[in-house]
Design a protein around this ligand. Structure first.
Ligand SMILES: [Zn+2]
Ligand SMILES: [Zn+2]
Length: 289
């Protein structure tokens, strides 16, 4: 199973607009992997995009031949760094046939949005065009909690629902479990404090988790740890989760400007024993699971 990380910055890209810090200067000068934007990855074998941040149209275009077409979009939750670029589902070349309108041509090649009912309804509130696309047939809809798991090309995709706010009681986010018959991959993108780890199988090949907030900056300065009631996890909490879940390999993403760590510093951090089997993803990283 091939995984292409298109965007790994989460809610705060690097460089951050108007910021002149050392991370932003380096990212403006060198681009990826120092630069990070968005929260999306691509599964080329099923032409599946997982989340679509504000940067998704650009990230997809920039990936060039690595992203030939788009058949599925798996949506984890409504936040703008995961859903703000869903208009990308309508930004496709329309190969208009004779006696066919552009809308009809796009409907004929409609990608499928795959998520849960609660995530879809919340996303419609924040991304108004989504409902229009579905109503117009430009995007098809597969709600995993109603239609059951998605099956395509020998793959099976299941939802892993959880609440963004641990106290809310509403599963307004979902992770995804991808199984291509050979490898299994769980993607749990963000704000996953209340994610039920028991919903994961015991023999996972790989996971994609949020990096969590490091408690310290590379220069030793303290950062604020997330409050216990918040959905954000600390980096130490994410590492503990990786140990409990026990995948062959964990890729950590959502490494925003607020974390304060450069790509090179994270690569060095990942060398210690606490990071065995753990890798920090970066924009443009392609891995085989
Ligand atoms: Zn996010
Ligand atoms: Zn900066």
């Amino acid at each position: 199973m091939r995984v292409r990380f298109l965007g790994t910055g989460g809610s705060q890209p690097i460089p951050l607009p108007t910021c002149e810090c050392r991370l932003c200067r380096e990212a403006r000068r060198d681009g990826p992997p120092a630069a990070r934007c968005g929260s999306e990855l691509f599964l080329p074998e099923i032409e599946g995009l997982v989340d679509a941040s504000e940067f998704a149209p650009w990230s997809l275009s920039k990936a060039g031949s690595g992203v030939g077409s788009l058949s599925y979009c798996f949506l984890t939750h409504w936040h703008a760094d995961h859903a703000g670029g869903l208009r990308v589902l309508g930004m496709r070349p329309a190969d208009v046939g004779p006696d066919e309108t552009v809308a009809e041509a796009k409907a004929r090649t409609a990608p499928t949005l795959v998520t849960t009912r609660a995530v879809y309804e919340r996303a419609q509130e924040s991304v108004g065009v989504l409902g229009h696309y579905v109503d117009a047939g430009i995007v098809d809809l597969h709600l995993l909690d109603e239609a059951g798991p998605l099956g395509t090309d020998g793959w099976r995709v299941d939802a892993l629902p959880y609440p963004l706010d641990p106290g809310s009681g509403t599963d307004d986010a979902t992770g995804f479990l991808f199984d291509d018959g050979d490898a299994t991959l769980a993607v749990v993108a963000d704000d996953a404090r209340a994610f039920p780890e028991a919903s994961l199988p015991a023999d996972l090949d790989a996971v994609v988790f949020e990096s969590g907030y490091p408690s310290e900056r590379p220069d030793g300065g303290r950062r604020r740890d997330p409050e216990p009631g918040e959905g954000d996890l600390s980096h130490a909490e994410v590492l503990a989760r990786v140990r409990r879940v026990g995948p062959e390999v964990a890729f950590l993403t959502h490494v925003g400007h607020q974390c304060g760590w450069s790509h090179d510093e994270l690569a060095e951090l990942a060398l210690d024993a606490a990071h065995d089997g753990v890798r920090f993803a970066h924009d443009g990283l392609v891995v085989e699971v």
